[in-house]
Design a protein around this ligand. Structure first.
Ligand code: NDP
Length: 452
């Protein structure tokens, strides 16, 4: 049977674009890709990239104060959202162009339309055109979800935050995950009076308790008004503000309310059920370790599969798919020991098990130190950082590394290599310290602070 394409990719985000261009560019496969929105997907257009640029923008307020403390004769001025927003969107346009171009130069045909499945080898584009392909790869990502309650339609999500006409004076952020905590720091740094509600006992559930405790403390210290054990009951429009009734008995007005209460896979109305592609409890596409669905010609990667929802993981899954299907080298995706950063202020870098997870698994030693870093301490800040290693008593392997500090994301990328290689505490110890840097503490902690 002959097909129009060897591969048809649905979704032009990080995972889909990588798989399409590598399949076409490196194996000579005939590849097409359909994208209904902007090329680059969540990461480039409405996630990691604009978020990180906003983190950078928001950190300058503190830097001006620190520079004064170091003797610089400079005065803090106002932050101009319009100037920043203009530059931000110009940069996103540029990056989208790069993504489009990369497909073109690798010979991938692209369709700026939504696509859905008709049968295991056929997709239908929004204009009704049908295309056949030997393999179909679904990389449609996910979207933010807001729970339903009275007034929930007044909330914005992380999709809209990059498009605000002006910076609000007051803002409520609901949720305690990555997105809520990162934006609480960003908005606070930009001068917005920021309140955060989280329904649980401590933000960033699932991460190391000591690390998330320190982040929460520092966020509060920086001026974010964090309310734990608090949720929204209802919201209503009140003039140009939003009146928010909360479970803690308060009723307050905010200019903007942002919900960051999780994301759901983009897998509805795609014809999956009719073709027999299985979906899980959260609506995600169920795949095996090779990203293959139960329908042999159909694969799925990235957030739509709800495995580990991170850009570099989607890219890995895309590369492994090409290796498996187009290079004849079956490659399962390795989801173990993924280092990751959370761009809260302070930033966190983490790899491996939290102290709590590790202690449940086996006897451990905990090495940790918390101190005032030189640069900020000199500027008169009371901010503390945390360096922490979780070590297996039996094998001496470092099971987890958790860093809360400026630049923690950069540090954990490197520590992640050692942990992934199975480094022991003694391997860390025999590495000479780099002095004077914060990360030297990772190789100079002599005694465990506790065993568990
Ligand atoms: P998360 O799933 O991480 O967090 C959702 C938060 O919302 C949790 O605190 C959860 O509380 C709370 N929540 C869920 N439902 C409700 C509800 N009905 N009412 C009130 N609160 C609720 O989602 P995010 O949106 O923060 O992030 C989505 C994904 O994006 C992450 O899983 C991550 O993989 C990715 N991401 C990664 C980043 C990075 O690598 N730096 C940055 C941003 C996103 P509870 O804990 O009680 O369940």
């Amino acid at each position: 049977m002959s097909f129009d394409y060897d591969l048809f990719v649905i979704g032009g985000g990080s995972g889909g674009v990588r798989a399409a261009r590598v399949a076409a560019g490196e194996t000579g496969a005939k590849v097409a890709l359909a994208e209904e929105d902007r090329y680059g997907g969540t990461c480039v257009i409405r996630g990691c990239v604009p978020k990180k640029l906003m983190v950078f923008a928001s950190e300058y307020s503190g830097m001006v104060e620190d520079a004064q403390a170091y003797g610089w004769d400079i005065q803090p001025g106002a932050f101009d959202w319009t100037v920043f927003k203009g530059k931000l969107h110009a940069e996103l346009d540029r990056l989208e162009g790069v993504y489009r171009n990369i497909l073109k130069t690798n010979g991938v045909e692209s369709f700026d339309q939504r696509a859905r499945l008709v049968d295991p080898h056929t997709v239908e584009l929004a204009d009704g055109t049908r295309k056949t392909a030997k393999h179909i790869l679904i990389a449609t990502g996910g979207h933010p979800v807001v729970p339903e309650f009275p007034g929930s339609d007044l909330a914005i999500t992380s999709n809209e935050i990059f498009h605000l006409d002006k910076l609000p004076e007051t803002m409520l952020i609901v949720g305690g995950g990555y997105i809520a905590c990162e934006f609480a720091g960003i908005m606070n740094g930009m001068g917005v009076r920021t309140t955060q509600f989280y329904r649980g006992a401590q933000i960033l559930r699932g991460f190391d308790d000591e690390a998330r405790g320190l982040i929460c403390e520092e966020m509060c210290q920086n001026g974010v008004d964090v309310h734990l054990g608090t949720n929204v009951l209802e919201m209503a429009r009140d003039g140009d503000k939003i009146r928010v009734k909360a479970t803690n008995g308060t009723e307050r007005l905010f200019d903007v309310v942002m919900y960051a209460t999780g994301r759901a896979p983009n897998a509805d109305d795609m014809g999956l059920e009719a073709v027999g592609v299985e979906r899980g409890r959260k609506g995600e596409i169920v795949v095996d370790e090779y990203s293959q669905t139960g329908v042999p010609s159909i694969y799925a990667i990235g957030d739509v599969t709800d495995r580990v929802n991170l850009t570099p993981v989607a890219i890995r899954e895309g590369m492994a798919f090409v290796e498996t299907v187009f290079k004849g080298n079956p490659t399962p995706v390795d989801h173990e020991l993924i280092p990751t950063a959370i761009f809260t202020q302070p930033e966190m870098g983490t790899v491996g098990l939290s102290e709590e997870e590790a202690a449940e698994q086996e006897p451990i030693e905990v090495y940790a130190t918390s101190f005032k870093p030189m640069q900020q301490s000199f500027a008169g800040r009371s901010q503390r950082v945390l360096m922490k290693l979780i070590v297996s008593k039996a094998t001496r392997k470092v099971l987890g590394c958790h860093i809360v500090a400026p630049g923690a994301g950069e540090m954990i990328q490197l520590a992640g290599i050692a942990v992934k290689m199975g480094a022991t505490k003694e391997d860390f110890d025999r590495t000479v310290a780099v002095h004077p840097v914060m990360a030297e503490e990772l190789v100079t902690m002599r005694h465990p602070v506790r065993s568990a």
